[in-house]
Design a protein around this ligand. Sequence first.
Ligand code: TXA
Ligand code: MG
Length: 327
Amino acid sequence: MVQLEPGPSLAQALFELNAGRAIGLPTETVYGLAADGTRPTAVAEIFRIKGRPPAHPLILHLAEASWLDQYCINVPPLAWHLAESLWPGPLTLVLERSSKVPDCVTGGLSTVAVRVPSHPVALSVLRAFARPLAAPSANRFGAVSPTTAQHVVDDLGEDVAVVLDGGACECGVESTIVEVREGQAKILRPGGITRETLEAMGVEVASGDLRASPRVPGSLESHYCPRARVQVVQDEDLEGAAHRAKGHGLKVGIVTQRSLRQSTDAEILQLGTSPEDLARGVYAAFRELDRRECAVIFLSLPTSDGLGAAVADRIRRAATRVNDGSD
Ligand code: TXA
Ligand code: MG
């Protein structure tokens, strides 16, 4: 049975987690599909529901940085510094794992990805549960990440009994994944904590080659895809591209941050003016344009500084369809 709670029901969530089942959990980035990260049968539920290949590792969510001592080993000083400065928040650290972390969480890797989310509902659940929660984004594998409880119910409602409703996600794109090695922070996936924030802390930042890291599913080229074909165009060509596609009989969606000509023949979603507005709204916009049955979505890339790096990354991946052979 699908239950969308009018408000968070902590007791119900804990009951499900203790029974080894997965719940929909709000975080500040996107909604997670969370289960007991110390219990292989509970973790297996996540893979089953999500349809995710089992070798793909999950993020362990912790209630506070002090838990690192239990679930990670040889934590370098830079990782402690990042954790203490930026947690709770949208930063995931890849660290050496301890024997308390089951193989199924890490896909057999010797490292584990960990983060402390800042959403108050996620933190209450973690504190009360007192064990780490493994949680990928609460969408089916390869699809658009959910940023509201309703999105989770729409995607996984048949398989998840409890979805805690913590409102729309404040950040809207996933956490930044950072591998800390030899005093350097390597960004494996851009996200809610920007490169500039890390650099302002005096941290030496390197960019990882996401494509060289097949274990990071966000790095598979076609990820975060809506049903509609996503096409990146120059901002000034949005109206022209819409007009041409319409001429081919396609229903067109546009995601933009500027006012387009009234005559533009498309479903237009205008997402505020700031990079934060764009990050918060882009996944929901993809979903909405799918709901309106658009065949193609046009949008332009934001500049890739600040939060724009994460948004541009997700748009590029949504625009890349490797395996479906349709274009
Ligand atoms: O914001 C987020 O990070 C959200 C919320 C729910 O916390 N979670 C999320 O999880 O985006 P997911 O499973 O969709 O993405 C986790 C990413 C994957 O790309 C995975 O491969 C990578 O983390 N990852 C996990 N463990 C890793 C490891 N040991 N080394 C490198 N990458 C790892
Ligand atoms: Mg995901």
